[in-house]
Ligand binder design. Structure first.
Ligand code: TGC
Ligand code: FAD
Length: 394
């Protein structure tokens, strides 16, 4: 057995998690990482300041197979869940907005069609969405129905062989740049999913401005004023909250991975900075208090990576439950946010400028803490699982 006593672990992969990946998974991660380095990192601070996301990147992302990548058939790449997670990690090391763009397209807009759609719907929409030609969004949340989406007011009623949808959705990622919206609405038959082309008469998307988080991502309000769609645009496979909540499982899984990338970016930035920055005639990395911060960040990044990988392997084996996804979403996001805040302090005043990625990740992670089920909601999902007592409502 080799003597490892003097072998110092890689500061950027302390637990050697890369060795747990297959050659194929490593190649995928490296490919997405190069894409982020070439196409996202040079401009993302500018997009962030301007509050935009370049929709034209969608075609390139489509060519790389990033949309619906863990789905089988219909032009999707059909990768493992671990590969999908690794892609989310590398994308979010760039920006949470970039990962959001891919999560929403694949897990929230394509997945419901793939899982609950008719064969015709799948053939019609999925190949165009996988290629990035068609962009989708997911309308579940309403202004007065966030954590409790089952209290939604949007309604759809039958009118001959058509449906008429009335209502509004709030905080919808990609809403104003989408070609199609998956809209969840109450009907006499339960909650149903509708495929709504965004050029339908009565459909409006209004961009939400003045966000101080997730700025390199478009967020919108959707208004549906008597929008008429044919019966063929209803997802036939589900008529309950199980429909939208199943989609959330997919996206939450991606978030559990993605935030490891944001945390890694913050930790690596702080590590480099601490070694180069001198105060009192010494690198700030030489101060014990700074080393404690660097180690804390490193441990959190590795721990979150282990959790994500474990969940990914379980998902690939078909034994991952929604409660376990809540574990990953809740714990990895809060850890990533703590890493970002510690990194921010290590950078001193430079920590508040967009010259470095840290404040951008930190502000983004405030959104990630809230969307896809808040920290509190995932706590209660797990609380319910371990006590058998539901504590969401009286
Ligand atoms: P409950 O009464 O317990 O169940 C209703 C039906 O749903 C089923 N179910 C699930 N199915 C699949 N996956 C899950 N995780 C499920 N949880 C529940 C359940 O079996 C039942 O099915 P059926 O067939 O018997 O009808 O549900 P509830 O209405 O009491 O809700 C429970 C709660 C609070 C956990 C749920 O409402 C919740 O998760 N709230 C949080 C809302 C949320 O996460 N919204 C996210 C919106 S999308 C978003 O944020 C996108 S961000 C995009 C980006 O990345 O940019
Ligand atoms: P609320 O539900 O009002 O919660 C406010 C606070 O009360 C939180 O701390 C919450 O945890 C707490 N709380 C609520 N209920 C309980 C309870 N029972 N017990 C204890 N605490 C509780 N939605 C979509 O449908 N599609 C999207 O694409 C999408 N993209 C988004 C993008 C951005 C940038 C943002 C910010 C949000 C997005 N959302 C999207 C909406 C997101 O999912 C909701 O914001 C989230 O579910 C929380 O809802 P809320 O903001 O209404 O907060």
């Amino acid at each position: 057995m080799a003597d490892l006593s003097f072998h110092t672990p890689d500061p950027k992969d302390f637990l050697d998690l890369r060795s747990e990946l297959s050659d194929e998974e490593r190649l995928l991660a490296d490919t997405v990482r190069s894409f982020v380095e070439d196409k996202i990192l040079p401009d993302v601070a500018e997009w962030y300041e301007a509050g935009t996301f370049p929709r034209e990147l969608a075609k390139e992302m489509g060519q790389m197979g990033l949309f619906g990548m863990h789905l089988e058939g219909y032009g999707c790449a059909g990768t493992s869940n671990v590969a999908y997670g690794l892609a989310c990690l590398e994308l979010e090391a760039g920006d949470s907005g970039t990962r959001s763009f891919v999560s929403v397209q694949g897990s929230l807009a394509m997945f419901p069609i793939w899982k609950f759609g008719s064969e015709e719907q799948k053939q019609d929409w999925l190949p165009r969405m996988a290629s990035g030609e068609v962009i989708g969004c997911f309308g579940l949340t309403e202004a007065d129905a966030g954590s409790d989406p089952s209290s939604m007011r949007t309604r759809a009623r039958r009118d001959g062989s058509d449906w008429i949808i009335d209502g509004s959705k709030m905080w919808i990622t990609n809403g104003s740049i989408a070609d199609v919206a998956i809209v969840w609405a109450k009907t006499d038959e339960g909650v149903r999913g509708f495929i709504v082309p965004t050029d339908s008469p009565g459909f409006t998307a209004n961009t939400i401005h003045h966000k101080a988080s997730l700025r390199a991502s478009i967020t919108s309000e959707l208004v549906l004023d008597g929008v008429r769609v044919p019966d063929e645009f209803v997802l036939p496979g589900v008529a309950s909250m199980r429909g939208p909540l199943s989609c959330l499982n997919e996206a939450r899984f991606g978030i559990a991975w993605g935030v490891v990338g944001a945390a890694r970016s913050c930790y690596e930035t702080a590590l480099e900075y601490a070694i180069e920055r001198h105060q009192f005639g010494r690198p700030i990395a030489s101060f014990q208090l700074t080393q404690a911060k660097l180690v804390e960040m490193m441990v959190k990044v590795n721990r979150a990576g282990l959790v994500a990988l474990h969940l990914g392997r379980m998902k690939d084996e078909g034994r991952l439950t929604p409660h376990q996804i809540s574990f990953g979403k809740m714990d990895n996001v809060r850890n990533a946010l703590e890493v970002a805040r510690i990194a921010r302090s290590v950078l001193g005043a430079n920590g508040i400028t967009l010259e470095y990625p840290v404040i951008r990740h930190m502000a983004n992670l405030e959104t990630v803490y809230t969307y896809e089920g808040t920290n509190e909601i995932h706590t209660l999902v797990m609380g319910n699982a371990i006590t058998g007592i539901q504590a969401f409502s009286p």
